[in-house]
Ligand binder design. Structure first.
Ligand code: ADP
Ligand code: MG
Length: 443
């Protein structure tokens, strides 16, 4: 085998190995975008951004050297950042839709290209791509629902952009439900309702409606909307609707709910940890901000409700980093984002959970832990439980004390005692580690 094929071959073998050792999302986000080429017998990895290198080295450094014995990550020649060509093309693309009246109000930042995929949104994203490729010909309507900040509007606009680009003749109308209602109200006042209806029925080909939940309790408009909806569907014109709830949970007439369920109802869920990390890196990169991988994980673990909060975090970090000339470290994040950081979902831990896990690992009964016996077999595990409560639960010492039927100073004392024992007692250290694991797995 020649030298050239040997390095590429080694890389491919590494990829096969890595695919089995990380989640599909991680593989797709981090490893798949890497392009391996050989230059003068050396492996060169073309990466879309510097975080990919960090990810690779912090997760697979040893494995890389196993598959690629000559691999030297310290050499600056090994990694080369190459912005994907696709993005450049997008910037250069001429305005596609020539009929300016129908240029929809689409946010240019909401495109498929910068919508990060993960298990929570993969299905809905592929449905959206399918719709954009063949509007009106597959699922009609497409109904996207999910909590606030999970990317519904982003996807809706992505569909719009894609259709405008690839189906130049199609006229796309993207509107929020509120704006639609306002238009109707205005036209009623101006006695021009018929004109408005004609416009929607005859002069548009694709209707994207955001936040349909605002149609609830607007009975007059509900009917108008239902007529319009049916008219468009009968003409095989594509409709995409977003909502914070599935159709069945909307307080709307049965008729309109049934119509909305005609096509495909797809949920967009809360992004998982890895997807949140990928989104963070992506948003930071857009701002020219470098967030080390470990710090990104820390942020994503503590900001998990929705993507909008992650964006807010990146914006704030970027401002602070720039104005104060700081690097993004965990301490800097804790200071800058202190009011945004939430307990990670796996940390919503109760004293009862801790007692149960401690009892299992130390083989004592929960009742004994709660009791008053001072024998060593019970006293140490009891102190461990108090130690872990202080470590893992962000409640005041007073509250924690109350949960144990003790005072705050008992908790403090236990915490001190165990902290000191842990520096000397390897077995205790292992046991405490096991309790922590069992709590994390149970949460
Ligand atoms: P929703 O309409 O569901 O409330 P948005 O579409 O407005 O949520 O998303 C909130 C913000 O988060 C937007 O700026 C959007 O670009 C961003 N966002 C949400 N999901 C993703 C994702 N998967 N990848 C990249 N950005 C996302
Ligand atoms: Mg929205």
């Amino acid at each position: 085998m020649t030298l050239e094929t040997r390095v590429i071959d080694g890389w491919n073998q590494f990829l096969t190995f890595a695919k089995k050792h990380c989640s599909p999302t991680a593989f797709e986000n981090w490893l798949e975008p890497i392009k391996a080429v050989e230059e003068e017998g050396q492996l060169v990895l073309l990466i879309p951004n510097i975080f990919v290198k960090e990810y690779l080295l912090s997760n697979f450094r040893k494995d890389l050297s196993r598959f690629l014995p000559d691999f030297d990550p310290a050499s600056i020649e090994v990694f080369r950042v190459e912005t994907p060509k696709r993005k450049q093309k997008q910037v250069e693309a001429p305005p596609a839709n020539t009929n300016t009246r129908f240029l929809p109000k689409l946010n240019k930042n909401y495109q498929f290209d910068n919508f990060i995929e993960g298990p929570s949104n993969q299905f809905v994203k592929s449905a959206a791509l399918g719709i954009a490729a063949r509007p009106g010909q597959s699922y009609n309507p497409l109904f996207i629902h999910g909590d606030v900040g999970h990317g519904k509007t982003h996807l809706l606009h992505s569909i719009g952009h894609d259709i405008v680009k690839t189906h130049r003749k199609l006229r796309v109308q993207c509107i929020t439900t509120e704006a639609f209602i306002n238009e109707l109200v205005d036209s009623l006042r101006a006695k021009s309702v018929d004109r408005l209806k004609r416009f929607y029925r005859d002069e548009i080909d694709v209707l994207l409606v955001d936040d349909i939940q605002f149609l609830q309790n607007r009975t007059n408009f509900e009917e108008e909307f239902c007529h319009l909806f049916e008219a468009l569907i009968h003409q095989r014109k594509q409709i995409v609707i977003s909502s914070d709830k599935p159709p069945s949970q909307l307080n709307l007439s049965e008729r309109i709910i049934a119509r909305m369920e005609w096509g495909l109802v797809a949920q967009i869920g809360k992004p998982d940890l890895e997807t949140r990390v990928a989104i963070l890196h992506h948003k930071a990169e857009e701002k020219g901000l470098t967030i080390p991988h470990g710090v990104a994980f820390f942020i994503a673990e503590h900001i998990h409700h929705n993507v909008r909060q992650l964006e807010g975090a990146v914006n704030r970090l970027s401002a602070h980093a720039r104005l104060l000339d700081l690097h993004v470290t965990e301490e800097m994040v804790e200071k800058t984002l202190h009011d945004m950081l939430q307990q990670s979902p796996s940390e919503k831990i109760t004293v009862e959970q801790i007692l149960k896990s401690v009892a299992t690992i130390f083989q004592v009964r929960v009742a004994d832990l709660k009791g008053v016996s001072r024998t060593k077999e019970v006293a140490v595990p009891r102190q461990v439980a108090m130690y872990l409560a202080k470590e893992m639960i962000s409640e005041s010492l007073m509250m924690l004390g109350a949960s144990f039927g003790k005072t705050h100073s008992t908790i403090l004392h236990a915490h001190k005692a165990i902290t000191s024992k842990l520096t000397k007692d390897e077995q205790l250290k292992r046991q405490v580690g096991m309790v922590k694991n069992s709590i994390a797995n149970a949460a």
